[in-house]
Write a protein that binds this ligand. Sequence first.
Ligand code: MFK
Length: 184
Amino acid sequence: MTRSALTTPPPDAVLPRPLPGGPAPGATLGSHYSGCFGCGEDHPTGLRLTAVTPDGVTVVATFTVGTAHQGAPGLAHGGVLATAMDEVIGMLVWLFQRPYVTARLETDYLAPVPVGTVLHMRAWCNGMSGRKAYLEAEGRIGSPDGPVAVRAAALFIEVGMEHFAEHGDAQAIIDEHHEYEVNP
Ligand SMILES: CCCCCCCCCC(=O)SCCNC(=O)CCNC(=O)[C@H](O)C(C)(C)COP(=O)(O)OP(=O)(O)OC[C@H]1O[C@@H](n2cnc3c(N)ncnc32)[C@H](O)[C@@H]1OP(=O)(O)O
């Protein structure tokens, strides 16, 4: 991965460990919002990704490229592939049990991805330092060992749930995240 200094962990960064109460190895991770373009089951044209964590600190997911995802005829749009990378990393940071948002996403495109391809994605964390999480993901064509078509490096920043309530749809958060109170 060609990544910038902004997505490279500093020397004091620490690697995440599986957290108590987190999903068991092999567990499927649920959607964080039903209307999410990346993972929402109610989104009419979204990617509808689901992920599995093999170990509590990484995630794997598959994305079948359809005609709705084209850029050039018969090929996946680069922005859609970047979205898939952002989403699989977003699913990974959910394992840390604190809310994060994407601050920076860098993407390398290594091979075209034809419609009909099953992209096998994997995301992992290279280190955490304060509010910053340094993350990486890749998408391989056809199988977990297939050729790498896309790679991403990202910086995610921890925020409070207030970030989403203040800037987004607070009622939707209350409806779907029952543990969250807007005015506790
Ligand atoms: C209800 C559940 C929902 C779950 C959602 C899952 C989301 C999935 C992933 C997404 O798609 S999130 C949507 C896209 N991202 C955003 O909308 C984020 C928009 N940006 C912001 O809201 C703010 O810029 C941000 C929260 C990221 C940071 O603002 P803050 O005021 O909290 O922090 P600040 O600006 O002080 O930055 C903190 C540190 O991060 C660094 N930083 C911030 N943005 C950066 C950036 N873009 N590149 C590099 N470094 C960055 C910044 O330099 C600083 O470093 P130092 O602590 O060393 O000084």
